[in-house]
Design a protein around this ligand. Structure first.
Ligand code: KG4
Ligand code: ZN
Length: 352
């Protein structure tokens, strides 16, 4: 049994978690997530403010995570911390704190790639959300389709060519006068509408055509900037936006979901996977997970979506990925640094 303290400060959540286990048999003993609401005022994350808020929050958040787990620092075998990708100033708060803890307690520190953390998140709740699987990671900053043959072996199949899925939700929300972050408000507004009402606004599914084949560069990739512009045009053309906004939200969400389901299905089918694991903030969208289950369940694919606190940024997933590396003998030195971008370690082949 290994006990890991995880720390995550890559964006606007200060989070700490204690997990314990071995192999895929892992129990989450605590998870504390402090979300920085201040950024709502600015309609997006302000890096300098994020770093300062992490500085204020890091000690109480870690202390609380240890207390919730009934653990002292002495019982921790290693500290896992997100060191890429993200806002460098924000990452450095977590990395510096993790290194200080590791030095003081003479335990290893392990740097974790944030997106690899997302791949592990769902397995903390669903014992079957383990490789081999197709992963769809959809957040405010990333849209990635990855084939996971086994932990530590990631084939990047597709990515967004412009906006991330969550970013598109946020921008469309702004067009419709909804608050930031816009994913949840859009889902709620779309839920008040129906396919019938949304039909006049139907948007083209970006990069989804019947004549695409495996090997084509756009077979797995996605692109949302055209969809965003189409929504903007619909908003401008509306003669009564109060009446039309819920139908537009629905039409946008339907186009987004159809695209993500089709691309995920292509990935699962191409590699013979029977599981699709969702991750990232957009995985909180119930309509996405439900539509994927409805369409792909009959085709023999199980769909796993994490609950919101494990879908969005959290330290439990970082601790979980850290445990995997710890068990493989990975140890980082106290010169561990933070990086704004970095490829996911274990990327085996890039297609397209
Ligand atoms: O993973 P996350 O918390 O942070 C990063 O971007 O790394 O993802 C946040 C994104 C935002 O763009 C937000 O609008 C979106 O996730 N989101 C949703 C929903 N809840 C959050 N998008 C669609 N439907 C939701 N229910
Ligand atoms: Zn994230």
């Amino acid at each position: 049994m290994t006990r890991i303290l995880g720390i995550e400060t890559s964006c606007d959540e200060t989070s700490a978690s204690v997990i314990e286990g071995s192999g895929d048999d892992v129990a989450m003993q605590s998870l504390v997530i402090l979300s920085q609401d201040v950024h709502r005022v600015f309609g997006g994350v302000v890096p300098e403010i994020a770093s300062r808020q992490h500085l204020t929050a890091i000690v109480p958040v870690v202390t609380r995570a240890l207390a919730d787990a009934d653990s002292s620092l002495d019982a921790i075998d290693a500290v896992a911390v997100t060191n890429a990708p993200g806002l460098v100033g924000a990452l450095l708060v977590g990395v510096s704190y993790a290194k200080a803890l590791a030095f003081a307690r003479d335990v290893p520190v392990i740097g974790v790639h944030h997106m690899e953390g997302h791949l592990f998140a769902t397995s903390l709740e669903h014992a079957d959300a383990v490789p081999p699987f197709t992963a769809l990671l959809v957040s405010g900053g990333h849209t990635l389709l990855i084939d996971v043959e086994h932990w530590g072996s990631y084939r990047i199949l597709g990515a967004t060519r412009d906006d991330a899925a969550g970013e598109a939700f946020d921008k469309v929300a702004k067009m419709l006068g909804l608050p930031y972050p816009g994913g949840r408000p859009i889902e709620r507004l779309a839920g008040e509408s129906n396919p019938e009402e949304a039909r006049p606004f139907r948007f083209t599914r970006p990069m989804v055509r019947g004549d695409q084949q495996l090997g084509d560069p756009d077979y797995f990739d996605v692109s949302f900037s055209g969809l965003k512009t189409a929504v903007l045009n619909a908003v401008r053309a509306s003669t009564d936006i109060e009446r039309d906004r819920r139908a537009i939200a629905r039409a946008f969400q339907d186009a987004m979901i159809d695209t993500l389901v089709e691309k995920s299905w292509r990935a699962a089918r191409s590699f013979g996977r029977q599981r699709i694991v969702l991750g990232g903030g957009v995985a909180c969208n119930r309509a996405l997970a439900n539509t994927m289950r409805d369409r792909l369940g009959p085709l023999g694919v199980s769909v796993f979506a994490p609950t919101p606190r494990l879908a969005t940024d959290n330290a439990a997933m970082i601790a979980r990925a850290g445990l995997f590396h710890f068990e493989r003998g990975v140890r980082d030195s106290l010169s561990l640094n933070a990086y704004a971008s970095m490829p996911i370690p274990g990327t085996v082949q890039v297609v397209g």
